[in-house]
Design a protein around this ligand. Structure first.
Ligand code: KG4
Ligand code: ZN
Length: 336
């Protein structure tokens, strides 16, 4: 069973071929980072145009690399939302065209399900597990109960974590994306130099808010002469880690009641690359006897292998879609 996956929901054009033995036959990803860099964030119109320009070639190259012809592909899976709608439409139209020409099933994949199930591509984890999804667009804690079966325990009320990293980096004049820049500089700073606020920390739920933290960082930067950037980065990153730890603790307590025999937390999304945050989370997990699973960084950030993998999982269960499936900019996992 071979599935071709396409991902175009944000600023990566990515195509992958995967089989049910969990072998990535080919994975090609074009990052639009340089195109968006001057704007300090992703510009939807630029993203959509760039996807159109590159998707055709990328599909040919992916097939060529894997020495596979289009007739050998058993299904075409594509991110059909949530995401920047122009880009999503490019991917969905392409996958529909391929599926109808090759007369093979079309699978509309929820991008978040891609992040949620990647860990089953890279390890032998069983359902159910707890998922902390932390990326540039998302900050959620979910119970992953099965393919298409999710329960959201909490989400961000404003910014996503990665977005907060990117905005703080911008305030400090650091490059986009800000996460890796902040992590690097934070190693040189004092994590207790500033005591930034931790919104919603004392609420015994799994919801997040980062807007207040971001504003506090901005105020500090504006009000301080000779700002020590490393201290700001280190303190900001510590506070983010403390917020994530507390909310994961709350989530574990809820999850344990529902599923006393499961003890796995998966950390996914671009922010999962942050080693400081991972270490802090690990100490919480140790307290509860939980194990952490983090897919390799290349599969944590947006890529088509995760979409192809959802394609495999869904195809095995006979879960395919009609060609009139409409792309969605908003698509909560619970609505699957
Ligand atoms: O998952 P991803 O590639 O794209 C989205 O779906 O959003 O995540 C990108 C986000 C960016 O906001 C980036 O700043 C953040 O992940 N990020 C990090 C690190 N590496 C990437 N944040 C904190 N620390 C990092 N090392
Ligand atoms: Zn993503």
């Amino acid at each position: 069973m071979i599935v071709l996956g396409i991902e175009t929901s944000c600023d990566e054009t990515s195509v992958a071929l995967l089989n049910e033995r969990k072998e990535i036959l080919s994975l090609l990803t074009l990052s639009q980072l340089e195109e968006h860099k001057p704007f300090g964030g992703v510009v939807p119109e630029i993203a959509a145009r760039s996807h159109i320009e590159h998707i055709g070639d990328l599909i040919s190259k992916t097939l060529f690399n894997a020495k596979i012809s289009i007739e050998d592909v058993d299904a075409f899976a594509v991110t059909a939302g949530p995401g920047l709608i122009g880009g999503v439409i490019v991917g969905v139209m392409t996958a529909k065209a391929l599926a109808s020409v090759a007369k093979r099933p079309f699978i509309a994949v929820n991008h978040l399900e891609g992040h949620a199930l990647t860990v089953r591509l890279t390890s032998n984890i069983e359902f159910p597990y707890l998922l902390l999804l932390v990326s540039g667009g998302h900050c959620q804690i979910l119970e992953v109960l099965g393919v298409g079966k999710y329960k959201r325990l909490g989400t961000t009320l404003d910014d996503a974590v990665g977005e907060a990293f990117d905005k703080v980096a911008k305030m400090l004049g650091l490059n986009y994306p800000g996460g890796p820049e902040i992590e690097k500089l934070a190693r040189l700073g004092n994590i207790y130099a500033y005591d930034f606020p931790k919104p919603l920390l004392n609420q015994k739920n799994c919801d997040f808010s980062f807007a207040g933290l971001k504003t506090a960082v901005k105020r500090t930067i504006d009000q301080t002469d000779n700002i020590n950037k490393a201290d700001i980065c280190a303190s900001f990153q510590r506070v983010v880690a403390e917020i994530l730890c507390k909310k994961v603790e709350n989530a574990i307590e809820i999850f344990r009641l529902n599923y006393p025999h499961s003890n796995s937390l998966v950390i996914a999304g671009g922010v999962a690359a942050n080693l400081y945050i991972r270490e802090r989370l690990q100490s919480v997990l140790n307290q509860y006897g939980f194990e952490s699973y983090v897919p390799p960084v290349t599969l944590c950030t947006d890529n088509a292998a995760m979409i192809a993998w959802v394609g495999i999982e869904r195809l095995k269960l006979g879960l395919t879609n009609e060609l009139d499936f409409e792309p969605r900019s908003r698509w909560p996992l619970e609505e699957l």
